[in-house]
Design a protein around this ligand. Sequence first.
Ligand SMILES: Cc1ncc(COP(=O)(O)O)c(C=O)c1O
Length: 466
Amino acid sequence: MLIHILKILKAHLILSGELFCFLNPEKNKNSPINTSHFFLEKYSKIYFSHSFILRFRGYGVNQKKMSNATELIHSIPTDPLTGSLSVPIYQTSTYVQEAPGVNKGYDYARSNNPTRGTLEDIIAKLEKGSIGIAFGSGLAAIDAVVKLLKTGDEILAVDDIYGGAFRLFTHIYEKFGIKINYVDTTNVENVFNALTPATKLIWLETPTNPTLKISDIRAIAQVAKAHGCLLCVDNTFASPALQQPLTLGADIVVHSATKYLGGHSDLIAGLVVTKEKALGEKIKFIQNASGAILAPFDSWLVIRGIETLPLRIQQHCRNAQAVAEYLETHPAIDKVFYPGLKSHFNHGIAKKQSKGFGGIVSFTLKNDTAKAATAFVTSTKYFKLAESLGGVKSLLCHPAQMTHKSIPDEKRRAAGVADSLVRLSVGLEEVEDLIADLHQAFERTNHAATILKNQESKLVANSINR
Ligand SMILES: Cc1ncc(COP(=O)(O)O)c(C=O)c1O
């Protein structure tokens, strides 16, 4: 009898919980501990022991969260031909045909390759889009999207844009009559005000490289829809493990898969995913027509990277949060840029649209000079001085002299990339070691600056005495 009553109560709770989730889809979306969860626990506690509540959690968002990783791992197919658990690498340029035009769906490897095709299907699923298209680099992926436009069209782009995208837009496409309008997109009103009848594409990075600016994807998608233009989001910094722009209304997502998707600093790759099939087919046509495809082995490396993406990203986020909090307390620092800090301008939006804040942290020094930044970036031990980000090993760079060198100084500073700005790609080492490394680099830089200052004042004193 008692068991019977318990069963009825359990069924009642499941149904009321599900009804609550159904009525509150927004609240059920991103948060691992959401309102429906609390609702269920509150009611459960009245009747049941703690052990039952733990079992009961299986019906909530935690189960959904777990299934994301499971879904991801099992979206990587086993080979139907041999049962190979790992995706086979089809290292071929062409395919034998039975008669002209009669083939097994593959005729030439620029047009189609099964290894690349598998990666394209995986990324389309991960980003909740319809078609994925793989390229030889992130920039080739960006290039393919811009090729949707024609002379006279305009792009409205985030002002703090990756330097390579700026170079491509300004130095290649302006030549062909495509105008680029750089705007601070962290405020949706700025986007609305900067649109012109010729705007055909809005280009966001969120978070941006390197000042980690956050733009409201959902709000900007609504503006784009109302204006009848496309919204493309460069999702490189977040990765689909944290943020899925297509579910927030974007039309296109691009990735430098060189970064978190590959995850091991051992390849260059780019990906595009479109929400609509027809748009994806247009980009697939550009991929074949322009030819900047991803090679089979590199496609395989990206697939292998994706297998551990959720796990790596979790640790990147944890380490970066701790590093950002440490930096905020250091007296040599002027500003810290990390969306996970409450002090971040759009922390609230970041929290709303992504499941975590990523592994990149930037900061500026009180001594805002390229010289001070150079001294710092050459003083670390675990953080290696290198371009790129998103790998297992921690890296750091000085954008003004490295990744963002192609942006004129005034434009760079206006976009918030100060002379002393240092970008950290926080890797997967023990975070205590990383913080200790940064700490000793600050000490060394400070020590070097004191020696320099003493030398300079000695020189001044000598010249006065003379
Ligand atoms: C945000 C972002 N998008 C695109 C790219 C270009 O990617 P790739 O170097 O793979 O061409 C980069 C490279 O750093 C990047 O940081």
